[in-house]
Design a protein around this ligand. Structure first.
Ligand code: CAA
Length: 373
């Protein structure tokens, strides 16, 4: 299988970012969205990202023009007919994605591979909307797609192994570290990341800390590039709610019920950066949140990190992903300075298990208990 012409359906922040990734790597790209207005937004998203790189001296204006020249935008699916691969990056609504895939199946040439950038929905169900389910995989990028150097490749039980292998090789050709995973809600990174983000909002909802304390705690005490509320705003709070609903439907655990604070913001139309406000207001420039209450910051930092490390241990112990893939996913997909297993090695497994037991006992939430050995 060889790839020269790539289609992208959906031109929001993720879709436009994926267009940029392929165009920067020299591929001819067709970007399609549902209306002329959505196409214009996508074109603007690409232009903004490239002009940011030009203004930082990372790209010359000429290079930026060459990249832009590789991309054709339009609102019609038929533009995608001779693409070797089409990546769908529409909102996280299963019925929308299955409808897109059944249309793609009609218009894309028979040898074309179809990939979904879904964050947590079933790739298997999406594949079943086509008559080429063996040629359907998940190809999951991280936001901002041009920056984060990790992609998850999701093969289903019905995916052709050669297709999974060739899409994985393509991911590597884009300069990304790849991990092959099976089709489980949240895959590697979102299962871990979204639970952590939801946990932070549960702490906020309980009134135990402010959003500034939560964000400052993770930035200052773990050197995360962003705190949880800032990251929810970047990813999109509506998207995060949808991911948590899928994870909750799978686990049935109370800790996976989308936190009230997220539901309220979504109901208010405050989805994060893309709508101009979420936990924070983006009408002015956003500064890193600060707070001087060191005790509260230390407590929420310990609780968030403890629960997260426990989840990483459980994910590895159940054989879903290797510690190398988990560490790479969290570092290269989310810009974290250390992988969770590097943290566990530094802190000591027995200390992490003790912290897990303390958290479970203090909160009365048995899901936080360490795995029995
Ligand atoms: N598009 C393109 N490039 C961007 C960008 C964007 N939206 N935002 C930032 N960048 C680039 C900048 O140009 C800059 O590039 P250089 O280093 O080449 O100059 C680099 O990223 C750093 O940017 P800044 O200095 O402006 O800002 P920063 O240092 O605060 O970094 C950040 C911004 C890269 C977003 C960083 O804060 C970060 O990594 N945050 C964590 C993001 C994260 O966790 N993403 C994963 C979310 S989960 C997901 O996406 C999956 C899902 O399905 C929900």
């Amino acid at each position: 299988m060889s790839y020269s012409k790539i289609g992208v359906v959906g031109l929001g922040i993720m879709g436009a970012g994926i267009v940029e990734v392929f165009a920067r790597s020299g591929y001819e790209v067709i970007g399609v969205a549902e209306s002329e207005a959505a196409v214009e937004i996508g074109r603007g998203n690409l232009a903004k990202s490239l002009s940011r790189a030009v203004s930082k001296g990372k790209l010359s204006q000429n290079e930026s023009d060459v990249i832009t020249g590789r991309v054709t935008f339009g609102p019609e699916f038929k533009l995608l007919s001779d693409c070797d691969l089409v990546v769908e990056a529409a909102p996280e609504i299963l019925s929308l994605k299955t409808s897109i895939f059944s249309q793609l199946d009609q218009v894309v040439k028979p040898s074309g591979i179809l990939a979904t950038n879904t964050s947590s929905l079933s790739v298997t169900q999406i594949a079943q909307a086509t008559n080429r389910s063996g040629q359907v995989v998940g190809l999951h990028f991280f936001n901002p797609a041009p920056v984060q150097k990790f992609v998850e490749v999701i093969g289903t039980k019905i995916s052709d192994p050669d297709v999974v292998a060739s899409v994985t090789a393509l991911g590597a050709a884009l300069g990304k570290r790849t991990a092959q995973v099976t089709d489980k809600p949240g895959f590697i990174v979102n299962k871990l990341l979204l639970r952590y983000l939801n946990h932070a909002v549960q702490i906020l909802d309980a009134g135990s800390a402010s959003k500034e304390q939560l964000d400052a705690a993770m930035r200052e005490l773990s050197n995360y590039p962003m705190g949880p509320c800032e990251l929810l705003d970047l990813v999109g709070i509506d998207t995060c709610v949808e991911i948590m609903k899928t994870i909750h439907a799978d686990t049935g655990l109370d800790i996976d019920i989308p936190a009230q604070g997220m539901l309220e913001l979504v109901a208010d139309g405050k989805m994060g950066r893309k709508t101009g406000s979420g936990f924070y207001d983006y009408s002015q420039s956003h500064e890193a949140p600060t707070d001087s209450d060191e005790l509260i910051k230390a407590q929420v930092h310990l609780d968030l990190v403890t629960a997260y490390l426990g989840d990483c241990i459980a994910m590895q112990a159940t054989g879903y992903a290797s510690r190398e893939d988990i560490d790479a996913g969290m570092k290269l997909g989310c810009g974290l300075p250390e992988g969770p297993f590097e943290v566990i090695e530094r802190v000591g497994l027995s200390q992490v298990r003790k912290n897990q037991a303390d958290l479970a006992n203090r909160t009365g939430i048995s899901s936080y208990q360490p795995l029995s050995l």
